[in-house]
Design a protein around this ligand. Sequence first.
Ligand SMILES: NC(=O)c1ccc[n+]([C@@H]2O[C@H](COP(=O)([O-])OP(=O)(O)OC[C@H]3O[C@@H](n4cnc5c(N)ncnc54)[C@H](O)[C@@H]3O)[C@@H](O)[C@H]2O)c1
Length: 344
Amino acid sequence: MKKFLNMGVIGCSGMAEGHMTAIEKNPNAKLIAVCDIDLEKAKKSAEKFKIEHVFQDYRDLLAMEEIDGVVIVTPDQVHREQAIAALQAGKHVLCEKPLALCREDMEAIVQAAKESDKKFMVGQICRYTPGFKMAKELVERGEIGELTFVESEYAHDYTGIIRPGSWRADPLRNGVVGGGCHAVDLLRWIAGDPIRITAYANHKSFPELEYDDTTVAVMQFPNNVIGKVFVSISCKRQYTMRTVLYGTKGTIIVDNTTPHMTVFKNELTDTVVDGVKAINAPVLLPVKLANHNTIGEFNEFCEIVLEDKPVVTTAVEGAKTVAACMAIVESANELKTVEPDYNF
Ligand SMILES: NC(=O)c1ccc[n+]([C@@H]2O[C@H](COP(=O)([O-])OP(=O)(O)OC[C@H]3O[C@@H](n4cnc5c(N)ncnc54)[C@H](O)[C@@H]3O)[C@@H](O)[C@H]2O)c1
């Protein structure tokens, strides 16, 4: 079995350089080629990371025999074409989220991944954020009892990020599918696939865009858990994914930008107020900050490939997250309750 991965990265943005750094730091992988339709950007990354092979056409990168795997960091609209081509060229693939923007594209990628003997992983990066990982572990250990209510938000002011006519302005790449998929994936990971969704949205901040900028979705999860996702691409605050998990025995408040999580649980506290033991006093647990943890994500990808382990965030998993997001948008647009279709 192979013990080392030669990698290529397709797309050379700031996010892509996060992936390049992750490959550079992994002792079992080497970045040997980069590609961008904008050759100057590819050359800049190549110079920064001392990479020999630079391409403008991703097909030339895929034609390199010595490349074992690729990271796809291009606009969501081209994931289908590049992901399928990479699998068919015999490469392992780590593809950025969201998997794709429509059902047809997701089904095509899922099919190609099923037909290939190579690994295909979707970069649901919030699953590698230390605070969220720890929260999931606490829930699984039963530390807060049975889940009752879960909520997460994607609050990210896109001012200056979206230009009309750019790929991010595509109505299919709305705020819920494009960025809100992080919060939706987080809740799916912790509480399972939402069964029914009712959402409301408004559109006040970016009249030049064809999609809403603020959305709230109420969801019914399995095991009688209820939940809520809030997505705002126009909120005037720091980018944060505040997440609260309520259980029968405790509550966890965690986000991706605070170096601690807050846990409320009687057994965890010795706080005494006026001679009476405080109920539900907060306990702060330190958390490492690593918001876009490309290193954790790539390390797992590398391990999965080199040790032939099963992929966790498979194409189907990525598709289910987008399906839930699409159901939120449909519910808000048509003012009806929607049951997402997870049949991939
Ligand atoms: N995980 C996260 O938190 C996170 C954050 C940002 C972006 N993303 C995802 O990463 C992907 C890229 O987003 P970005 O912010 O880097 O976008 P970007 O627009 O900043 O960069 C995309 C790059 O791809 C290049 N490109 C476009 N079409 C190409 C093609 N056909 N072949 C090769 N290169 C091509 C562009 O020239 C550009 O350099 C998207 O899927 C996005 O949703 C994920």
